[in-house]
Design a protein around this ligand. Structure first.
Ligand code: DAU
Length: 357
């Protein structure tokens, strides 16, 4: 089968391509990626010589590039997205262009060329925020908080509309917070790992008690492929790690794994509209796809720390250029990480994590 993967040079997309080329020798993979700041050809260096792999540079919002790529495909796994909540504070229009317009351009091409299956890789953030208790199921209402999650929710709704109106075979996965090797270090875990390795402060938003459910990237990859192969058309599948942790506990775990003191944690101003807690009910994916996450958080984290430690050159290259501009703007002087700034929030007391499995 000929599979089109969009956004394959990013974090989860590149893990998916590395895995699928190995796991499925019958597949040919075309990777359509526009190489924005977070897309990195180095992530797929080991696949370049594979005759079953092809890279095409192009944006999902470019109808001609998309048409040419979709015309030759039988199925699509759509990863391409602007994915960082904090960046959506500064450039919501870019998020709408890629996550909404790009998704519709791709859906339209898939309809025209009668593709067999379209998997949209989405996020648990479309459900909004949870209080202390409860989990989101696939039928929970969509209540996104950020420009990022609102554009992802819009993409989900367009995909479902293409299924209902045009009969396109669409399946949506909604993953929880994903971590692992190759993640761009603007996200919480790789930011804390790489800052800690450089003995720099690690900026913890607000009271640090926000809870995320952590999923190791390879578990996420397997879930997406299980949805492609076994998901029912028009259905949504939650893919959660079952590893709920408060941010402060993740921060401490990272510093322990890196071997640096907790004093590197610096309390900084909160993210506007910061969702308090995410947690997913994953019974549907377990029952229908036979999927379950496999990697315990402690093991996933120590493998991830080891990867960043061993890839200092990758980190150095990625943390130059655009990264520095963004970092200064978001955390720099006059913003979050003002030198000498005191803690903006009360000290965090030790508490038990909300849950863990
Ligand atoms: O839940 C799935 C989502 O997870 C994905 O759809 C998004 O693409 C992905 O970015 C992630 O969203 P979050 O906003 O939860 O991830 P992030 O790594 O940015 O932040 C995780 C938590 O850590 C969140 O509560 C904010 C906090 N945080 C983050 C950063 C970057 C900090 O305390 N300090 C930081 O510097």
């Amino acid at each position: 089968m000929k599979l089109l993967v969009t956004g394959g040079c990013g974090f989860i997309g590149s893990d998916f391509i590395r895995w699928i080329l190995d796991a499925r020798p019958d597949l040919q993979v075309t990777n359509l990626d526009s190489l924005t700041y977070a897309g990195n050809l180095e992530n797929l260096a080991e696949c370049e010589a594979n005759p079953r792999y092809r890279f095409v540079r192009g944006s999902v919002a470019d109808a001609d590039a998309v048409d040419a790529a979709v015309r030759e495909a039988e199925g699509i796994v759509h990863f391409a997205a602007e994915s960082h909540v904090d960046r959506s504070l500064y450039g919501p229009v870019d998020f709408a262009r890629t996550n909404v317009e790009g998704t519709v351009v791709l859906l339209e091409a898939a309809r025209r060329h009668r593709l067999r299956r379209f998997v949209l890789v989405s996020t648990d953030e479309v459900y909004g925020s949870l209080a202390e208790e409860g989990t989101f199921t696939e039928s929970s209402p969509l209540a996104p908080s950020s420009a990022y999650s609102a554009t992802k929710a819009a993409g989900d709704l367009m995909a479902l509309a293409y299924r209902r109106t045009f009969g396109l075979d669409v399946v949506i996965t909604r993953g929880s917070n994903t971590y692992g090797p190759h993640q761009y270090p603007e996200k919480f875990i790789p930011l804390f790992i790489t800052n800690a390795l450089e003995d720099r402060p690690c900026p913890l938003y607000g009271d640090g008690r926000n809870v995320r459910d952590w999923l190791y990237v390879r578990d996420h990859t397997r879930g997406i492929w299980a949805a492609f192969e076994g998901g029912r058309s028009g259905e949504v599948y939650n893919l959660g790690g079952g590893n709920e942790r408060r941010n402060v506990d993740v921060a401490r775990a990272v510093l322990r794994a890196v071997g640096r003191p907790e004093s590197l944690i610096q309390h900084v101003a909160d993210r506007p509209g910061h969702d308090r807690r995410y947690a997913l009910d994953t019974r549907k994916a377990r029952a229908e796809l036979g999927w379950a996450p496999d990697i315990p958080f402690e093991r996933g984290l120590s493998d991830t720390v080891a990867w960043y430690r061993d890839h200092a050159e990758w980190v150095r290259r990625v943390k130059s250029g655009d990264y520095r501009t963004y970092y200064e703007r978001h955390y720099g002087i006059g913003n979050r990480l003002e030198p000498g700034a005191r803690s903006l929030e009360p000290e965090i007391q030790d508490e038990k994590p909300t849950s863990s499995t």
